[in-house]
Design a protein around this ligand. Sequence first.
Ligand code: SF4
Ligand code: SF4
Length: 347
Amino acid sequence: MKKIAQSLIPQFLSCVGGAMDLFVPVRMSGAANWGIWDKNRTVDLDTLKTVKSPKDVFFPQCQTMYTVHHADAGYTIDPMKLTSQPFCVFGIRPCDVRALTVMDQVFLAEPEDTFYRARRENAILLSLACHRPAQTCFCSVFSIDAAQSDGADVMMWMIGQDLWLEGQTDKGNGFLEQFSELLEDADDGACVEEEKESIRAITRKLPYSGLSLEGWGEGRTDEKFDDPNWEQLSDACLACGTCTFVCPTCQCYDIKDYDTGHGIQRYRCWDSCMYSDFTLMAAANNRTTQMQRFRQRFMHKLVYFPTNNDGMFMCVGCGRCVDRCPQSLNIVKVIKTMEKGREEEQA
Ligand code: SF4
Ligand code: SF4
């Protein structure tokens, strides 16, 4: 176990940022979002949830895949270079670490996404426990521990005036060794155990901690697809796509070409199943109403994905959609409404 005084964190980040790319939550325009560390930026480790999740670091919102140049003898294709150097993601929360495991099921399945794999392999994840989980958090429903992320290379806890760090993988231990100059050896961390217990106690009392997933998951397609509740649930949806853009597990994208004047860039950018032109084909559109699109999003997260991925849900309970939907529609509302319908049916 290591620790560092909070007052020395800027110096520590400066060392790390000087040696490799360093992604941190930064304060910009009154909100916290992920960005590359720079000494002029304000690092924000206090805000629990960044507006957008760190999925941007692994699956950028907009990413050039290759550029085509016209040459005398025809065309040349310049693929984008893959990430080949280690980089650090500092302060990622346990739910967002789990979200990467969900994304792995998609991007690392055959045929695997080489851009994503290169970034996953080179990333060093330093996860920060959630000192005070928010009222809209429900990660525990998906068996995520806000006090301890097993998928991170280093786990961190902010306790009083100190940041405690514990290496969890060879990569994490190597990182702590590399930047050991500012870190001090700490005792067995009794205060870390207390902190974990405190976080778990808060988590148990959160309003959505008792949310039941009974009735969702593998093989529930027939049961849920024609549920009459979809109509009224989706009625107020504006199709703005906010829920999909802030979600750490939504991973749909579109591919487009752009003429730069010096070549054609083929790029991909996030898309949303909530949009009316999503997967629009020349022959037809397979989801013509907002109800169908709305249903697709939640069926994918709560039924189709677990059906195809050994029961793994495509939600980590981060609560961003609960915080951000302008119409107060979200996955919690869907689960609760359907659950109520189920209870009434069984009564
Ligand atoms: S559910 Fe809410 S956030 Fe999502 S598209 Fe509809 S209105 Fe927008
Ligand atoms: S559906 Fe909502 S709560 Fe679940 S991971 Fe996405 S944004 Fe978070």
